[in-house]
Ligand binder design. Structure first.
Ligand code: MG
Ligand code: ZN
Length: 199
């Protein structure tokens, strides 16, 4: 059985961790157009280390923009593609992406449901673990919201919370009460921790 080794992985939230949150009329949100896509400083260095170590980098992201009528599918997909293109330009890649398009308050009825994938629910993490044979207890979740940390803790991952203030006041307040294993203020700090947790 020794040759069958369950992998460890990094679960990476998208908005606010891979790409920057954007201020629209004073309110921070996910980018709503391709020209607003900017990577967070240091994210390529984080992913680069994992790529070199052959540790899967898995994006797990709530994307209710279409459900809420904020963007159309075409734009949503163009934004996602643009993020990955910028990463590729920096010589790094994300191995797999899991997205939840649902929202309990969706205006598009097809997406208005209490799914099991929207973080803090664990559906995307569980599915990824099945698909890629990942050992969750040896994996790490890196996110910038209380809901990310909650999802990670529920499946037994180590959790790292990125504290930045580019977010709605409610989310910033929720973050203060989250109980991650580690809190960081930069991706440089996160990388130092990841090197210890995933070595
Ligand atoms: Mg986020
Ligand atoms: Zn969902």
């Amino acid at each position: 059985m020794d040759n069958f080794v369950m992998k460890k992985a990094l679960f990476l939230d998208r908005d606010g961790v891979i790409n920057q949150m954007i201020s629209y009329k004073g309110e921070f949100d996910s980018p709503k157009k391709v020209s607003d896509v900017k990577l967070v400083e240091g994210v390529a260095e984080v992913i680069s280390w994992l790529n070199k170590k052959n540790i899967p980098v898995i994006e797990v992201t709530n994307q209710p923009g279409v459900a809420l009528g904020k963007v159309n599918w075409k734009t949503l997909e163009a934004i996602e593609k643009s993020i990955h293109n910028l990463l590729v330009k920096d010589g790094v890649r994300i191995n797999k992406v899991y997205r939840c398009f649902h929202h309990p308050k969706a205006i598009l009825l097809d997406f208005k449901l209490e799914c099991n994938c929207r973080k803090p629910k664990t559906g995307m993490l569980i599915q990824a673990a099945k698909d890629l044979e990942i050992k969750l207890s040896e994996s790490v979740l890196f996110g910038d919201n209380a809901t990310d940390i909650e999802a990670g803790k529920r499946v037994g991952c180590k959790t790292i919370l990125f504290l930045h203030t580019n977010d709605t006041p409610e989310k910033i307040a929720a973050k203060q009460n989250a109980e991650p294993d580690f809190k960081v203020y930069s991706h440089k700090e996160a990388l130092t921790i990841l090197k210890k947790l995933l070595k």
